[in-house]
Ligand binder design. Structure first.
Ligand SMILES: Nc1ncnc2c1ncn2[C@@H]1O[C@H](COP(=O)(O)OP(=O)(O)OP(=O)(O)O)[C@@H](O)[C@H]1O
Ligand SMILES: [Mg+2]
Length: 336
């Protein structure tokens, strides 16, 4: 593989919470190549959103972020606010769960798109910007793109708004797209359309994608690699088939539960959108992470005092270097 578009190393985030400081992200490492999709999955509160907001410089000023995030040869975590603003519009596109948070309710769709295009110097002149904006809306599957330029966000359905957000995210021709629960608020048919849209645009433009979701069916449909987070740590990562066919960490096995049949259904026609399977118990609050393995209080296979005292390292359990399948458990199938 050529140099990754994004390479995250030892990312750590400490946030101030009412209950004291919390290590919400505790040492993440991953890389995303051109045209590749890495999915980040895990239960609510595992640190998925914080991990990407940290890369984009969108956390409160009280957050402490360490590690490196190399993007186009530069470290996002070392950039000034002004540099990051440039990268956010241009090099990195963002799509979040609620399209209304990304759209300005008082500006027409056309205004929002053309301003982005002009600001990033993608085109020069209003007429060229409007033409390009209409092309982008056609690209993301909006019917009557010219008419849509005149519409305001509240005049569009949720699925149409999310298409507009994707068009805005793609306007700067980003090398990386970050999507955080981008399809969660949409109904199943629209979800599938948005996933197909991103997959198609990615194939056309070679965009690298970081896709955060609860929905393992979407992961099966979109991801090349998957990273499973629990309690701020990566407990397992690897190629999506390796992880889904042979999950090594008890947490991943729990999440996948009865899933394989449903994942297969997702890959075929009549795509369904299964959610994560419930695991008994709840994740620990980030201010009260256990010593040792973060998952041990809920782990069905623990039985070794080491689990309670030692943090299991992320070791290779399969795959091949430089893209291994790894898991952080004393009960995986370790490959020396
Ligand atoms: N600005 C903040 N200040 C303090 N704590 C925060 C802040 N943002 C998030 N947290 C805490 O950090 C932890 C991780 O939150 P995060 O939003 O990253 O989880 P998530 O994995 O994205 O969950 P979800 O699936 O619900 O979106 C949670 O315990 C959350 O309460
Ligand atoms: Mg989140």
């Amino acid at each position: 593989m050529s140099a990754p578009v994004l390479e995250v190393a030892d990312l750590r985030v400490r946030l101030e919470t009412p209950r004291g400081p919390a290590h919400v992200v505790d040492g993440l490492d991953y890389a995303v190549g051109a045209g590749e999709t890495v999915a980040i999955v895990g239960e609510s509160g595992s640190g998925k959103s914080v991990s990407v907001l940290a890369l984009l410089g969108l956390l409160p000023a009280s957050a402490t972020v360490t590690g490196t995030a190399s993007f186009g040869g530069r470290d996002l975590l070392a950039m000034s606010e002004a540099e990051l603003r440039g990268v956010r519009g241009n090099g990195i596109g963002m799509v979040f769960q609620d399209p209304m948070t990304s759209l300005n309710p008082v500006l027409s769709v056309g205004r929002q798109l053309t301003e982005g295009l002009l600001a990033h110097g993608v085109v020069t002149g209003r007429a060229a910007a409007r033409a390009r904006a209409a092309d982008l809306l056609a690209d993301v599957g909006l019917p009557d793109p010219r008419g849509a330029l005149e519409r305001y966000p509240h005049e569009l359905s949720g699925g149409m708004r999310q298409r507009v957000v994707i068009a805005i995210a793609l306007a700067g021709e980003p090398r990386l797209l970050v999507a955080d629960e981008a399809t969660t608020a949409l109904d199943v048919t629209v979800q599938a359309q948005i996933v197909d849209l991103v997959t198609r645009l990615q194939a056309e433009h070679g965009t690298a994608v970081v896709w955060i979701t609860h929905d393992l069916g979407v992961v099966a449909g979109i991801a090349d690699r998957v990273l499973v987070m629990y309690g701020g740590r990566c407990v397992e990562d690897g190629g999506v088939d390796d992880v889904f066919d042979a999950p090594a960490h008890p947490y991943t096995r729990g999440l996948l539960g009865a899933l394989p049949a449903r994942v297969d259904a997702q890959r075929g026609p009549g795509r369904r959108a299964p959610d994560l399977v419930a695991i008994a118990g709840t994740p620990p609050p980030p201010t009260e992470l256990p010593r040792g393995c973060v998952f041990w209080p809920r782990c069905p296979v623990r039985g070794d005092v080491r689990c309670e005292t030692e943090q299991p390292p992320l070791v290779r359990v399969g795959g091949t270097d430089p893209r291994p399948h790894r898991a952080a458990t004393f009960y995986g199938r370790e490959i020396p």
